[in-house]
Ligand binder design. Structure first.
Ligand SMILES: [Zn+2]
Length: 231
């Protein structure tokens, strides 16, 4: 897979925020905070032309919060989130309140060397729209409220996108699938992600990534040699 020319690569760090990490996160994932060590190695690498972080950046009344729906239970209840330009297109799922703008839970964890980032992409900023992907809401027909991520990658001449962060099977998965769909050669560095998945869930997520044209690699993989990551 190694190409003769080094790729023009972007690192995309997804949702490594307090609310997705122990000990205080409302949706904490095991191993989330521990990702700071490998992420900082990637941030120190000279190989990435752009180093970006995405974060959930929800208003207090976000549609994905169970608290906004009478009688709803996080992870169990469903609500319908509809494409404002196409009522036929919708997604469903509700969670505990998380990553509310201006709260500590919304902050990228302080262990990450954010001074090395070129930009932070906010997503899920519209109260009525969900956005697992750093590129924007999942609606396709038409795409609505895209973030500035795709334009930033285009402006920088990026060809390759490497995704890490939280969680493997939700926001990392959807960000990577979108990147591949938009034409970038895309990889997830699996050992720099975390999730609550069991073996079967890990397998299903890997298959979903590979079906979408995303490569699943590890920190030591040949695909990362261009980045000269300090082990
Ligand atoms: Zn969210």
């Amino acid at each position: 897979m190694a190409s003769p020319n080094p790729p023009s690569a972007a690192l995309l760090i997804v949702d490594v925020q307090e609310d997705f990490c122990r000990p205080n996160g409302s949706l904490a994932l095991p191993g989330g905070r521990e990702l700071a060590t490998p992420i900082n190695k990637l941030l120190a690498s000279p190989g990435f032309k752009l180093k970006l972080a995405a974060r959930d950046f929800h208003p207090r009344n976000h549609v994905s919060f169970a608290s906004q729906h009478e009688g709803a239970v996080a992870f169990t209840s469903e609500t319908t989130i509809t494409n404002p330009e196409n009522a036929a297109e919708s997604i469903t799922k509700v969670y505990h309140d998380h990553c509310v703008q201006g709260t500590p839970g919304c902050e990228i964890i302080p262990e990450i060397h954010t001074a090395r980032l070129d930009a932070i992409i906010n997503k899920g900023t519209d109260a009525n729209l969900e956005s697992y992907s750093a590129f924007g809401p999942p609606f396709r027909n038409p795409r609505v409220r895209a973030t500035r991520l795709h334009a930033m990658l285009q402006d920088a001449g990026i060809t390759h996108v490497f995704c890490v962060g939280l969680s493997y099977n939700v926001c990392v998965l959807h960000s990577a699938l979108d990147a591949a769909e938009l034409g970038y050669t895309t990889f997830v560095i699996r050992d720099v992600t975390a999730s609550r998945l069991d073996v079967e869930g890990l397998r299903a997520t890997r298959e979903a990534l590979e079906r979408g044209g995303v490569g699943v690699v590890e920190m030591g993989s040949a695909e990362l040699e261009f980045a000269r990551v300090d082990r």
